[in-house]
Design a protein around this ligand. Sequence first.
Ligand code: HMG
Ligand code: MG
Length: 307
Amino acid sequence: MNLPTHVKLVEVGPRDGLQNEKQTVPAAVKIELVHRLQAAGLKEIEVTSFVSPKWVPQMADNAEVMAGIARHSGVRYSVLTPNMKGFEAALASRPDEIVVFGAASEAFSQKNINCSISESIDRFAPVVQAARAAGIYVRGAMSCTVGCPYEGDIAPARVSYLAGLMKGIGVQHVGVADTIGVGTPLKVQRAMEAALQHYDINDVSGHFHDTYGQALANTLACLQLGVWQFDASVAGLGGCPYAKGATGNVATEDVVYLLHGMGIDTGIDLDKLIDAGQFISDFLGRPTNSRAGKAIYTKRGASDVRC
Ligand code: HMG
Ligand code: MG
């Protein structure tokens, strides 16, 4: 066991969490969500994506959302940029970090960004170069590192191949994503180790969707490898428009509860985070997907009654 003493959580709720919502979430609600997340102590927030509004209509208000955020110093605001058009549009919003997103599976690459893995790298290369020249940090998301909705199981060698390509074009950090949440701890460790063939332990993160209820176990498995950076989504929001049936990322509240319970520091105020989760769940008109969020919120109500 090689557990870290501090974990950095990247909150992806405003982007990954909301991108698949059918009802339009107004920019003002997204902005308020970001404000609540940063008030809860999140230091990195994935705010939106500069993708085609025809493909992902929910993110069409990207510039408006970025412009409306009252930024906190010390918080890193990231956005997804799949190509130069997206990057050029994002520049005016002054992101601290951009995310290029590829896939370990050819079929998913085609469905998600309409090109092969190799073509995606050709598209990302000038984006990475321009971002780094502008002093913007570059993260790479690697989808379907364990399983793909179209190809089934994905071998670790595919992950290593993609991580090597990302490294080759200058991507500074890679996220190992279980897009459809099919992974189990040992499989996820193999995928992470494949990324670690090309990236240092300080330059990798886990991004686990919770479709099969494995995301916390997968998080723990990666903590045991020494990984200390993870994406998570408040209230467990989300899904990917190009991975039918996939649910949201692991809920940030649940990861924080796990980590604090293990004596691992996150810098996050769980109570304020639960309030943020409740805020967006109320707006969406459904209960939170966070187990810890639900339990603590219910307990608060019970103690109010006793008072
Ligand atoms: P394309 O159709 O191949 O692009 O889409 P194109 O270059 O041929 O251009 C076609 C049209 O799109 C043109 O407009 C372009 O201007 C426009 P038209 O002339 O027809 O009016 N266009 C754009 N508009 C706005 N922003 C842009 C942009 N680029 C082209 N950046 C593209 C390629 C990548 C744009 C498209 O496939 C797309 O937008 N896909 C969306 C993918 C997406 O957002 N998926 C969800 C995020 S990834 C994810 O959730 C996984 C992750 O969480 C990790 C995990 O869990 O696995 C990160
Ligand atoms: Mg995702």
